[in-house]
Structure formats: structure tokens, C-alpha cells
Design a protein around this ligand. Structure first.
Ligand code: ADP
Ligand code: MG
Length: 732
């Protein structure tokens, strides 16, 4: 029987209670799960300090000595347990605020312990709060007479005490990694309260690795291990917990990171291959009347080179006989809507219908208006389907779709409902991808006998490494060029105290006939407070600019009132729009030249980028003012600086990933794809990811039928991983 699949509760030192904790808190259910629970850091425990060497400014240190007495001080929430600890060179207090009972029951006076923690000075005394404690090996016979100690400790015989403790000091540290690097494991508060802290896990993993006498079975085929000069799996796992040297640790990390990313990629690419085998694409090889009619007679401007290139890439997919699954990335204002329209016209030229999905009703309505305006008098019928389209209108749309009278359907999620049936759906365009999971995309395929081509558009640029993991099943096209004549927006960071200068800029722009946005953050929890900010801001602005009309828009308004107010701003009836983030998506007022973002520190980078994208839509110089309070943290300051330094959405996304880490990245949570990477880090391990993807690609390309016995190990491992990791299932 494979020890790795055994229930964790049978591992020595675990038992039913700890097993429940491990399962609930860390999802560790089997021995194998524990083995795959990697340390988050390593501490050099090759050295034991003397208490006399310690001061409050030192990082984590390791001490060896004995507890000579316990004290409980304080009441209620202030209650704490203090263990007075000495090693013959001095004394230090070990302090616990939680888990007091556990400590009192499990540690004894006069036994030798290795103590590990961060020393601080409190009330003139050295102390370590919540240290990790391990019992030090019992002193050898004769070196230290355990039995003789009790009486000595009772008195104030410090001379004696020092002698004893000095002996204890010579006790060697517990056998950690030979290299002296000791693992630290993340555990939850709940676990710590039950004594299942990092050092308890250290004991479990140390114990487990000793039990594993046989080398662990390889998890990659030998040819891949050799190709990349990897450590064996067995060595890697042992070294990731107990590194034999810093060098070995790096090798172990490399191998395990690669492996993790490799299997994610293998899973994605295999899914892509299956999809290609299973589904043929509708062959659209005609570029006919509608496309050409539009291109030659209705297109109001020259396409940018990037738009042309992207349309060519999409066209190639559409006539290939394979189903297109393509991600179109393009910065705010790069002209994606037009690309969507032109591609839809190709579908129509090939006797198909197209469907364009937007994340909100406002955006869907705006798309409808934009498309109708672009098309002018062309015989292409575009209709809207959202939750607000009801009754007779809805029935009409349903009828038109089934009959094939409607050429392009624009809508929200409403279009993926089962009762929406098409005559011949050939193309689906999804705008703002990040709100659509893979499963939802797949649902769209079922709307036609042969699945429609799918184009996913996003204005939230995704760093390459993230895209490869999140949207690794999609081919990628990028519009990396803005339509000509746009001046880069000038961005400045100002503090509240700079208000007069901000007003000066506003006045100057207003005098030139421009319009201004002022945006306040809106976070659900504090909605009331935010609205107060907005109201106060509105009052202040109205007073400061009495000659101009000021609009106010926020999410609590009735949609009709909101639309009317937006419309007034769009018609230039009002000059300043004070609003919450409701304007983030969709508004297009080319005459607006200033975007002022209040409390900019409370916005995410990509949100700031989207907001800034509301200006700079005309040919004039535009400005973005990021206003923050004076005291902001270092990371926040860096984030704002990124906005000041660049207008390149891709650069911003990269920086965002670096500053926040992938888990926090806006929009990624809903993607439904593997995200709980155990060891690899998408922000830092881009290079490993690229190699992992290339390797996975060559496996699939060289062994598409999965017949090569050398690769059996891969498919078996993939099955195991998929079974274990719920998230992985989401992409198939
Ligand atoms: P996004 O990529 O953010 O969806 P839009 O499609 O809304 O961008 O385009 C932004 C603006 O640029 C629109 O007003 C659109 O009409 C205009 N536009 C698109 N392509 C071009 C082009 N090639 N030349 C000039 N303006 C263009
Ligand atoms: Mg758009």
C-alpha cells in the first residue's frame, strides 16, 4: 500500500483531533498532502546564541536553556503566561498571550529546551513572545545530574543555577537539515492555539521523511528530468523540507516550481488539443458584401496597423476549420469595438449570426448605439437583449434570432440563457473577459451544432505569465497601438493640501471649453461614508466654480436619473461630473480632458488605469490628477508612482502583479482556473513558466495520441493532480 495515500491521522504525532485541524485549516488529509505542504521560509538554525549576546534589535534567534519558573500575570484579555528562561549567561522572558493552558501543561521547569523566536525589549526586560519550543536532547549521563536539580531551583542559588544552565547550553541543537536551514510552515491561529504551530509541523514532516525509507517515485519522465538537469523528485521533496545546503534548496525549488507550472500547462494544452479534436470550426472563407461594404464606404477612419494585424489573425482562425478561441488584449481606447464589428461582418458574410456580450447593461446599450452608428444605413440588423428587455420586445428578439433576421445580438449574461436560440450562431464576442468563467464560455458553444468561434476581449491588460495560466487555452492577439493623434495623458500625484493648484488646472481647462471628471471611491462596506465624501465634494466644487454646471452621479440613484445626468454631461450641458466609480466602464465623452481621482490610494492600479482611460479620448492634451492624503504606505506610494510614470496598460499590469501578487489581482478571482499554486509565483517565476509551457507543448506535439510509454507517468500524474485539486477541474 502506498504510504502517501494514507490518512494523516495515522501518522505518529497526529491523531484524530490534529487530523481534523489539518484537514479543515490546511486541507491536509493524507500523508502525501503533508509532504506537499512546503515551508514558506527557512531559518538558519545552525547557530545557538547566548542570552548575553542578545539585544532587542536582533532578528529571530535560537537559544538553548531551561525554564526556571512560570508566572501568570494580568486578567482577562491581558492575561499572559511568562516563563523565565535562562542559559547561564543571562535570563529572558518567554511570553504567551494565547494557548496558555497548552504551554503550562506541556513544558516543564528544569528541562532543557531549544527556544526560537524574535527577541524584543519590554519594560527593560528581554522577552520573546510566542516562541517556538523544542525539547533539547537530554544531557548525557554524568554531564548533568537531572535528579539533583530540583532543590537547587527552589532557592535563589544563582551560582548553582548558572553552572547547570551552562551545561545545558552545550547541548547540541536538534537534528535539522544538515545545512542548518530549518523550515517554517504557515499555520492558522486556530492551529497555533492547539499547539499545532510551525515547530509541531516541523516534527511531523521530519518524522514522515524518516519513515519514507524508499525513495519517492519519480513524477516526471526521466527524459524531462535529464533535459533540464533536475534533481530527482525524491531529493527535491526532501530538500524542500530539510535543505542539505542553500544550493540544494535552490535546486529543489526550481524542480518543484517547474513541475507545478508544467502540469498546469500540460492540463491546459491537453484540453486545447481535445477541444480541437472534438470540435470542428465553422469554415468562414468568404469576405463579402457586408465586410467590404463597410470597409470601403462606412469606415470613418483608417484602421491602425495593430487593428489590421489583429483582424488578419482572427480571419485566419475563422477560415481554418478549427474553432477559434482567441483573447484580444488591447488597452483602453485602442479600438476593440471596431474590430469586433468587422469580425462580426465576416461571420454575416458567411451566412452566420454574431453575438456580442458585455458585462453590464450600460455597456451593452453603449455597444448597441456604437454599432448602429458605425453601420449607418447598412442592411445589418442589430438588436439588444438584456434583463431590461421584456415582454413583447423580448419575444420579438427571440423570434428574430431563431428566424435568422437578427444579424448581431448585443447583450449581457442574458444571452447565454438556455431559451435564447439562434438560427446559425457563428461568432461570439465577449467583452471584458475577466467576468466570464471558462464554464460560461463553454455554455455558448452549445448554442450551435458546430460551436461558434469565440473572441474574448479585454481592456484589463494581463501580464503574459498570468495570461498563460489564466487564459492558457486561448490564442492571444494584442492591439499595441492607439489610434493616431492621441496625446499621452499627463498624470500627477497631489496631496489634499495642493487643492488650490488643482483648482487652477481645472479653471484653465474649463475656460478652454473642456469638461472634468471627479471620481470618489466607493467601497461597499462604507457606502454611507463614501457618499458623504461625494456630497461634500460636490458642495465644495459647486461653490468653487459658481459659473459652471456640476453634475452628480452615484450608484444609489435611480438608473433613469443616473442616465439623464450622464447624458447631460455627454451633451456638454454640465461641465464637471462628480461621481463614484459608476463611470468606470463605458462612458465616452471626448471633450473631457481632466480626470481627478480622490482618495486614489484606495483604488487598485487597473481600476485607476480604467478611470484614467475616460480622458484622452480626443486630440487635446488631457490630465489625470491622483489625489491622496499625505501619509500613505510605501507600496501605495509606489502604486501611484507607476500611474505617474506610464500610461502603458501592460506595464501597469506587470507592476501591479509585482506589487500585489497574483492572488490579489483584480478580476482574476472569478476566472475559475487553477490558482492555488503551492510553490511557484507567477510574478517572479515567469521564466520557469515559459520553459514549463514549452516543454508541455512539445510533449503534446510529439505524442498527441498519448502512446509513448515514456509519457505514461505524465498522464497518470495529471490524473492524480486533477483528482486532488478541485480548481483544476474547472477548465474542462
Ligand atoms: P476600446 O478598445 O477601449 O473598446 P473603443 O473601441 O471604444 O476602444 O475605441 C475608442 C475610440 O477610438 C472610439 O471612439 C473609436 O471610434 C475610436 N477609434 C477606433 N479605431 C480607430 C482608428 N483606427 N482611428 C481613429 N479612431 C478610432
Ligand atoms: Mg470597449
Amino acid at each position: 500500500m502506498n504510504i502517501l495515500t494514507q490518512d494523516i491521522k495515522y501518522l505518529q504525532g497526529v491523531g484524530p483531533n490534529r487530523a481534523t485541524l489539518l484537514a479543515n485549516e490546511l486541507n491536509i488529509k493524507t500523508v502525501g498532502d503533508l509532504l506537499a505542504y512546503y515551508p514558506y521560509k527557512y531559518v538558519d538554525r545552525s547557530r545557538i546564541y547566548k542570552i548575553s549576546e542578545i539585544d532587542g534589535s536582533m532578528p529571530y534567534v535560537q537559544l538553548c536553556g531551561q525554564i526556571f519558573s512560570f508566572d501568570t500575570v494580568g486578567e482577562g484579555r491581558n492575561k499572559r503566561l511568562i516563563a523565565h528562561f535562562a542559559d547561564g549567561t543571562g535570563t529572558i522572558d518567554l511570553v504567551w498571550f494565547q494557548g496558555i493552558k497548552y504551554v503550562a501543561q506541556n513544558y516543564d521547569c528544569r528541562k532543557s529546551y531549544i527556544v526560537f523566536g524574535k527577541p524584543t525589549v519590554f519594560n527593560g526586560h528581554l522577552q520573546i513572545a510566542h516562541p517556538e519550543i523544542d525539547s533539547a536532547p537530554a544531557p548525557k549521563e554524568g554531564e548533568l545530574a537531572q535528579a539533583a536539580i530540583p532543590d537547587i531551583w527552589k532557592g535563589e542559588l544563582f551560582g548553582e543555577y548558572e553552572r547547570v544552565a551552562t551545561e545545558a547550553h552545550r547541548v547540541s541543537p536538534p537534528p535539522m537539515g544538515v545545512g542548518g536551514l530549518c523550515p517554517s510552515y504557515n499555520t492558522s491561529e486556530k492551529m497555533k492555539r492547539s499547539g499545532l504551530n510551525s515547530s509541531a509541523i516541523v516534527k511531523l514532516t521530519a518524522n514522515l521523511l524518516k519513515l519514507l525509507k524508499e525513495p519517492l517515485a519519480e513524477t516526471l519522465p526521466p527524459y524531462i528530468v535529464q533535459q533540464h538537469h533536475f534533481m530527482s523528485y525524491d531529493e527535491a521533496v526532501r530538500n524542500i523540507h530539510y535543505p542539505s545546503s542553500p544550493e540544494a534548496l535552490r535546486h529543489a525549488q526550481l524542480r518543484l516550481k517547474f513541475e507545478e507550472l508544467f502540469y498546469v500547462q500540460l492540463n491546459i494544452l491537453r484540453y486545447v488539443k481535445d477541444r480541437q479534436l472534438r470540435y470542428k470550426g465553422i469554415v468562414m472563407n468568404t469576405v463579402g458584401e457586408q465586410f467590404n461594404g463597410f470597409f470601403y464606404h462606412h469606415l470613418p477612419f483608417q484602421l491602425t496597423e495593430a487593428q489590421k494585424r489583429v483582424i488578419r489573425e482572427i480571419r485566419t482562425d475563422m477560415k481554418s476549420g478549427r474553432q477559434m478561441n482567441r483573447l484580444l488584449q488591447g488597452d483602453v481606447g485602442s479600438g476593440k469595438t471596431l474590430v469586433a464589428l468587422m469580425v462580426a461582418l465576416i461571420a454575416i458574410d458567411n451566412g452566420c449570426q454574431a453575438c456580442i456580450m458585455a458585462p453590464t447593461e450600460i455597456l451593452a446599450e453603449q455597444h448597441l448605439a456604437t454599432l448602429r452608428k458605425f453601420l449607418g444605413d447598412m442592411p445589418v440588423r442589430v438588436e439588444l437583449l438584456t434583463g431590461s428587455v421584456k415582454g413583447k420586445r423580448r419575444t420579438e428578439v427571440f423570434k428574430g434570432l431563431v428566424a435568422g433576421d437578427i444579424d448581431i445580438l448585443v447583450g449581457t449574461h442574458a444571452v447565454i440563457e438556455d431559451n435564447v436560440l439562434f438560427h446559425q450562431l457563428g461568432l461570439v464576442v465577449i467583452d471584458e473577459q475577466h467576468r466570464f468563467g471558462v464554464a460560461q464560455r463553454a455554455k455558448l458553444w452549445m448554442k450551435n451544432a458546430v460551436p461558434p468561434h469565440v473572441l474574448v476581449m479585454t481592456a484589463t491588460p494581463i501580464p503574459r505569465t498570468l495570461a498563460m495560466t489564466l487564459y492558457g487555452d486561448l490564442d492571444v492577439s494584442i492591439i499595441d497601438e492607439l489610434p493616431p493623434g492621441r496625446k499621452p495623458i499627463r498624470t500627477v500625484h497631489m496631496f489634499d493640501a495642493h487643492r488650490p493648484r488643482i483648482y487652477e488646472l481645472m479653471r484653465r481647462e474649463l475656460q478652454q471649453g473642456r469638461q472634468i471628471y471627479i471620481v470618489y471611491p466607493l467601497i461597499k462596506e462604507t457606502e454611507k461614508m463614501d457618499l458623504k465624501d461625494l456630497e461634500a465634494g460636490f458642495e465644495e466644487i459647486s461653490k468653487a466654480f459658481p459659473d459652471y454646471q456640476v453634475s452628480k452621479v452615484h450608484g444609489k440613484m435611480k438608473p433613469a436619473d443616473k442616465d439623464a445626468e450622464m447624458q447631460r454631461f455627454a451633451n456638454h450641458e454640465t461641465h464637471i461630473l462628480v461621481s463614484t466609480t459608476v463611470i468606470e466602464v463605458g462612458v465616452n465623452v471626448p471633450n473631457a480632458s481632466v480626470m481627478i481621482i480622490e482618495n486614489a490610494e484606495r483604488f487598485g492600479l487597473s481600476q485607476l488605469h480604467q478611470l484614467r482611460g475616460r480622458v484622452g479620448r480626443g486630440a487635446d492634451q488631457s490630465y489625470c490628477v491622483l489625489v491622496s492624503k499625505l501619509e500613505i504606505g510605501e507600496t501605495t506610494r509606489k502604486r501611484i508612482q507607476v500611474m505617474v510614470d506610464t500610461t502603458d496598460g501592460f506595464e501597469i499590469a506587470e507592476q501591479d502583479l509585482k506589487l500585489r501578487g497574483p492572488g490579489d489581482l483584480e478580476g482574476t478571482q472569478q476566472s475559475g482556473m487553477a490558482f492555488d499554486l503551492k510553490i511557484a509565483n507567477l510574478a517572479r517565476d515567469g521564466q520557469i513558466l515559459t520553459i514549463a509551457r514549452d516543454t508541455a507543448q512539445s510533449v503534446i506535439a510529439s505524442d498527441p495520441e498519448e502512446r509513448n510509454p515514456q509519457n505514461d507517468i505524465l498522464w497518470r500524474r495529471l490524473r492524480e493532480l486533477r483528482k486532488d485539486n478541485v480548481n483544476w477541474g474547472a477548465i474542462s
